[in-house]
Design a protein around this ligand. Structure first.
Ligand code: ADP
Ligand code: ZN
Length: 523
């Protein structure tokens, strides 16, 4: 290649076909590759499945010298190493579990490596910097680059040490890659990794073949069974904890097994061989259901996943997008169902208090964004895409709210009654007690506390009483109410504004209908 100019895109296309066997670039891949070949630094934000690895592997093959790839997970690194090696690319990894480190170092120094994978802990050590000075480098690729930002959902302090390392090699271009950065995080990544603002390339985030559905959880086992019955293909059910994975896998297995459909669990607590076997069974199956923690899915190449269900609230919109994004990579119709409960939000808000100060604001913003997605009565896809900085149409026609628009009720009056009752009873009682007070049921406890004397006693009539539960759930979700340590409700957020009549509350009431995935095939 001509020094300073680098090989051009035509040559890159030839290499794409010869080395990777692909007929052409997808989406923004060519832009990203062109920048790397031209020696310019880039932050590429591309959704899962968009083909991020290719954007550094291809330049690594074409350019003189070695491309150093920083990646946070050893398992992920080895997956990529395997596929690179399978394509005939000269690649190796330096991690604590690689026993051939001496060989790798020799190969690197002899200029025999296109790709050198390394974990950030190792990359930040002084002798690694010294090693890098011993042979020419083509590119720094920083995978999962959101780990460098405290605004990201997976901050890794070691990522902060990449900047000084890369600064020691100023002539080597940088390519940061992530699937999951909102606007705030992107700006931070650019800054933290020393990439110019004009180096940002963002791929479209829309996955039009995925139908988004979000519903309150009342009977998760029944709701998920119905959802699975509606969706015959292979699918993933995410549960928040290992124990819940085990339990749900057993319950679903008992029901679905009778119909000849396999259900297997997957979480980090299972022995490695069981995990590997269950994953293998899933990848080769056409109708299996895998119940898993979010540990499942990374690096798994299964294009025909037909559904993803969340039995509990995901950690963030980024996480939700990534996990649901494992459905429908083949482009065929797929459905994502999320079940949530007010207790999910209550727990998440309680956890906020334990997070250290520097990260709390970021976590809170993330939780609010998630509440916004869950609560919206408008298009889910629009909320998602706006979160990723896009400017989508107001409706998509392929989410629950677009397909079955919820009837909106102005619940401001009822909300004010509930909030007053919370306030007048001292912000320490649960919904059960508040319901009794509001609907005028003077049981022993109500009388003992003198709550039958309050102005809010009996101010909610029988027609409105059934709505209180859904209302409190929604108010918890939007942070107007918070749960106290002992399960009581307290005012928070915009509660005072609502009480003062400065703010209205619109809700999808009466109690949000249960939504399965049955409308999907109307497509
Ligand atoms: P990401 O890391 O962005 O989630 P991967 O790098 O794992 O995505 O790529 C996802 C899948 O797309 C892989 O199976 C990969 O081989 C395939 N792929 C990547 N680029 C292309 C391309 N230009 N044409 C066809 N398939 C591609
Ligand atoms: Zn929609």
């Amino acid at each position: 290649p001509v020094p300073g100019l680098g090989p051009d895109l035509d040559e890159a296309r030839k290499c794409l076909a010869q080395v990777f066997g692909f007929p052409g670039f997808r989406g923004v891949q060519d832009q990203v590759v062109a920048r790397a070949l031209a020696g310019r630094s880039t932050l590429a934000v591309m959704p899962t499945g968009a083909g991020k690895s290719l954007t550094y592997q291809l330049p690594a093959v074409m350019l003189e010298g070695t491309c150093v790839v920083v990646s946070p997970l050893i398992a992920l690194m080895h997956d990529q190493l395997r596929s690179a090696t399978a394509n005939g690319i000269r690649a190796a990894a330096l991690t604590s579990v690689d026993t051939d480190r001496e060989v790798t170092i020799d190969r690197f120094r002899a200029g025999e490596l296109d790709l050198l994978y390394v974990a950030p802990e190792r990359a930040s050590q002084p002798h690694f910097r010294e090693l890098l000075s011993k042979a020419p480098l083509s590119l720094f690729a920083i995978d999962e680059a959101h780990c460098v930002s405290e605004w990201g959902h997976d901050f890794r302090p070691d990522y902060r040490l990449m900047r000084p390392l890369m600064d020691a090699f100023p002539q080597v271009p940088r390519l940061a890659l992530t699937a999951t950065a909102d606007r705030h995080t992107r700006a931070d990544i650019l800054e933290q990794l020393g990439i110019p603002a004009d180096g940002l390339i963002v791929a479209g985030f829309d996955r039009p073949n995925i139908q988004y559905r979000i519903a309150p959880r009342d009977n998760p086992q029944r709701q998920i069974l119905r959802f699975i019955a509606d969706n015959p293909g292979p699918g993933v059910v995410y549960a928040p904890t290992r124990a819940q994975v085990e339990k749900l896998a057993e319950q679903l297995g008992a029901q679905l097994g009778a119909e000849g459909r396999r259900v297997l669990p997957y979480h980090a607590g299972l022995p490695a061989h069981v995990r590997a076997a269950n994953q293998e069974a899933f990848v080769s199956s056409e109708d299996m259901v895998i119940v898993a923690t979010v540990a499942f899915g990374m690096g798994i190449d299964k294009p025909d996943v037909r559904f993803v269900a969340h039995a509990g609230l995901p950690k963030s919109i980024e996480g939700y997008y990534q996990e649901t994004g494992r459905a429908g990579r083949d482009g065929d119709p797929s459905v994502a169902l999320m079940l949530w409960g007010a207790d999910d939000f209550a727990r998440a808000r309680q956890r906020l208090a334990e997070v250290d100060e520097t990260r709390r604001q970021g976590e809170r913003t993330r939780l609010d964004a998630l509440a916004g997605l869950v609560e919206t009565t408008a298009c889910r896809r629009a909320v998602l895409l706006r979160h990723f900085g896009e400017n989508p149409p107001a409706t998509c026609g392929n989410c629950d709210n677009c397909l079955e628009p919820p009837a909106l009720t102005d619940a401001t009056e009822l909300a004010r009654k509930l909030l007053s009752a919370v306030y007048r009873t001292g912000q320490s009682y649960g919904l059960g007690h508040l319901e009794k007070v509001l609907t005028g049921q003077a049981d022993e406890r109500v009388r003992a506390r003198g709550h039958d004397e309050l102005s809010v006693f009996g101010i909610v009539g029988p027609d409105q009483a059934p709505l209180l539960k859904a209302l409190s759930r929604a108010l918890l979700a939007r942070g107007t109410l918070t749960a106290t340590e002992h399960g009581g409700l307290a005012l928070a957020g915009d509660a005072r504004a609502i009480l003062k009549g400065e703010q209205t509350v619109e809700l999808a009431l009466p109690p949000v209908r249960e939504r399965g995935g049955s409308k999907r095939r109307g497509k």
